[in-house]
Each structure stands twice: as C-alpha cells, then as structure tokens.
Design a protein around this ligand. Structure first.
Ligand code: CTP
Ligand code: MG
Length: 177
C-alpha cells in the first residue's frame, strides 16, 4: 500500500507540474483566439498557447529530472522511469484535460476562474490517464495498477487543493481553488 502511494505520486508528478507551471508562465494569446460559440468564449482567456506549451514542457522536464534523480536514491527500482512518450502523455494529457474542462465550463456559462468542484480537481488526472495509455500503453499498464489508479484519484484532489491555496497565498492565483 505504502509502495503504491509512492509509485502513484512519483508517476503523476509530470502530470501535476504542468497546470501549476501554466499559472506562472501563462499569458499572451488565448488558444481560442477570442472565438465564441453562442455568445460564450470557446475556452476563455485562461487557456493560452504560452501556458499550454510551457506547462507541457515543464512536465516533461520534471520527468527527465525524476529519471536522473531515481538512479541516486534508494527508491531506484521501486519507482518507474519515464520514457519520453509517457511524459508526453502525462504532461500533454494533463494540459488537454484542463483545456477540456474549460470548454465544458464555458458551455455551462461559467466565467473564467469560476470553480466547478470535482471537475477542477480531476480534469488533468483524467486527461493524463486517457492520453498516457494511448501514447505509452506498455509503460502505462506496468506502472498504473488498479490500486495505483485508485490512489491517484483519491490523493490528487487533496494535493491540488493544497497547492492552489499556496499559489493563492503567493498571489499567483486569483482564487484559492
Ligand atoms: N493558464 C494558461 N494556459 C493554460 C492553463 C492555464 O495560460 N493552458 C494560466 C492562465 O493564466 C490561467 C491560470 O493559468 O488564468 C490558471 O489556470 P486555470 O485555473 O486552469 O484557468 P482559469 O483562469 O481558472 O480559467 P478556467 O475557468 O477556464 O479554468
Ligand atoms: Mg481555475
């Protein structure tokens, strides 16, 4: 059980970093270019090219650093090393899930930054858990046992809330969620 928690946290780190990095590096031209559907923005100003690309790259970089780090630690062998395609699935999937959630939120008439409990905390996990098995199936099913997936789904919303409170206190985010 304890080992599964370590594996879950380690394996998901490249998916956790992108959204938080996007808050820091985001800005500039929105992905939807200002386009609207039915009077509502397609995605909104909170989803930018800079944030998405920077977020994805930072998640990939996180995985590369974890690969280097694991070699020197006693957890070497316990935690997975990340092939590049897995990192693309984890980081890109996390960003994609977050973008998908904004698409849904705008269709539900929620303004940028408005909270949708559940969706906000799990969008990027679902994105990562969909994209990674497509891009790196062998690695994914070796790493994400049913127990690990369950732990990820329970721990992630808690971690996400904690980190967003920190980002809010630091003035990086406008809302503590
Ligand atoms: N961000 C970005 N590009 C992304 C994701 C996030 O530039 N793909 C940046 C934006 O500055 C955004 C901030 O990170 O405002 C916080 O991200 P998030 O909470 O996902 O966006 P919100 O502004 O809350 O917008 P939404 O309601 O669409 O989620
Ligand atoms: Mg938000």
């Amino acid at each position: 059980m304890f080992e599964s928690v370590i594996v879950a946290l380690w394996a998901m780190l490249p998916a956790y970093v992108p959204n938080n990095a996007a808050v820091v590096v985001g800005g500039g031209r929105p992905i939807d270019g200002g386009r609207t559907i039915g009077g509502r923005r397609l995605l909104g100003d909170g989803k930018t090219w800079q944030g998405t690309i920077g977020g994805t790259l930072s998640g990939i970089l996180t995985g590369v650093l974890l690969n280097l780090l694991a070699v020197g630690l006693p957890i070497d062998g316990l935690v997975p090393t990340f092939p590049l395609l897995a990192l693309l699935g984890l980081a890109g999937g996390a960003m994609g899930g977050d973008i998908g959630a904004s698409l849904v939120k705008r269709r539900l008439n929620r303004e940028r930054g408005s909270p949708v409990p559940g969706l906000d905390q799990l969008d990027f996990v679902v994105g990562a858990l969909i994209c990674t098995p497509i891009l790196a199936p062998g690695w994914f099913f070796d790493t994400f046992s049913p127990a690990v997936v369950l732990i990820v789904l329970v721990i992630t919303p808690l971690l996400h809330l904690g980190l967003n409170v920190v980002a809010f206190r630091l003035g990086l985010k406008n809302e503590p969620y």
